[in-house]
Design a protein around this ligand. Structure first.
Ligand code: ATP
Length: 344
């Protein structure tokens, strides 16, 4: 079976073709890069309108043959972006006269890790821009075992870097700046299985103080504000606190579920320090850890095509009339239809 995936939840216009015979996935993506500040929903939707036809055309050319189903991100995400990608997927499924599959983007972040690792029933830490949660399978659904009480983890880091005047996305720049840093104390907020980033980020902004506009450019690590801590120290400590919080709750989720498998999902999962902490924790408790390659961690249509193929094989397709996007689509709303039918 060959499935075309379409992704357009926020910044990444992407199309992919997954072939279940060869297990190969071709991905073509085009990223929206804001001129200043964070992701602006209207600008991001304009980017989708411009880029989605282009990436689909490239993916179809590369596929060079029949497509058996079209899968798309139904949510969660930014409504204006989801609408553009959803409209393209519906039109394509109609034109090709193939089934349409509505995929939950966060379940796709989990399932690509499960598919690539070959793990049976892992706990998943989804550490992405707009989300941060732990998922575990129970009684036919992926249950949210713990989650952020405020912002997603990548968005929290990006807000801190906007304070520094650094361009979007901030995560890679914090990772780079952290390399020369030393530890300073910041808030560490874990409540049971849930966690919070907003107080930590306010404290990180306070710690650097006001960054002079002349220094606030591009994310180099040499900045020091007149009245604050060295920026590299705050970047280092921010990573240590945020990632230790995520590692603590991941360990608790493994303990709670009795699982000995952890997979990582989401764009923040590209961070080497986060992966190092999770791998070390898993090693210490005798669990296995898997982080997908970066092209499957950040937003991408490959994961939509892979899960779309599993859903299509299980007959989990939708009529156009039922294919409305859902910006607040939670992973625990999804009946997991494909796990009993895992030949793809
Ligand atoms: P979601 O999947 O919740 O819709 P999203 O659309 O924001 O998330 P992702 O690609 O999953 O997209 O994640 C993007 C986030 O990843 C951004 O906030 C970015 O700063 C962060 N990020 C990217 N690379 C790194 C890195 N090396 N270290 C930390 N964060 C990173």
């Amino acid at each position: 079976m060959r499935v075309l995936g379409v992704e357009g939840t926020a910044w990444c216009a992407s199309a992919a073709v997954h072939d279940t015979e060869t297990d190969e996935t071709f991905i073509e993506s085009d990223a929206y890069e804001p001129d200043s500040g964070g992701i602006h929903p209207r600008e991001a939707a304009e980017h989708m309108g411009d880029a989605i036809p282009r990436v689909i055309e490239t993916a179809l050319q590369r596929a060079d043959g029949e497509i058996d189903a079209v899968a798309f991100s139904k949510g969660p995400g930014l409504g204006p972006c989801l609408r553009v990608a959803g409209t393209a997927a519906r039109a394509l499924a109609g034109t090709l006269d193939v089934p349409l599959v509505g995929v939950n983007h966060m379940v796709a972040h989990l399932e690509i890790g499960r598919h690539e690792s070959g793990f049976d029933s892992p706990v998943c830490l989804n550490a992405s821009g707009a989300n941060a949660h732990l998922l575990g399978f129970h009684d036919g659904r992926y249950r949210v075992l713990g989650e952020t009480m405020d912002t997603g983890v990548g968005n929290a880091i990006d807000k801190f870097t906007r304070h520094l005047g650094w361009s979007h996305p901030g995560g890679p720049k914090v990772e780079e700046a952290a390399k020369g840093g030393e530890y300073v104390d910041l808030p560490y907020v874990v409540k049971g299985m849930d966690f919070s980033f907003s107080g930590l980020m306010s404290a990180a902004k306070d710690a650097v103080g006001d960054v002079p506009a002349s220094e606030a450019s591009g994310g180099q690590s040499e900045h020091r504000s007149d009245d604050g801590e060295a920026v590299e120290n705050v970047c280092f400590s921010l990573q240590e606190h945020v990632f230790a919080m995520l590692t603590e709750v991941s360990e608790r989720a493994l303990s709670l579920t009795g699982s000995d498998e952890l997979v990582l999902g989401g764009g923040v999962g590209q961070n080497a320090r986060l992966r190092e902490m999770l791998a070390e924790m898993c090693e210490q408790r005798g669990a296995e850890f898997y982080a997908p390659e970066p092209r499957f961690l950040r937003d991408n249509a490959g994961m939509i095509a892979v899960l779309g193929a599993k859903m299509a094989a299980a007959g989990d397709t939708i009529e156009i009339a039922d294919s409305a996007i859902d910006p607040d689509f939670r992973p625990d709303e999804v009946p997991v239809t494909w796990r009993d039918n895992e030949s793809v």
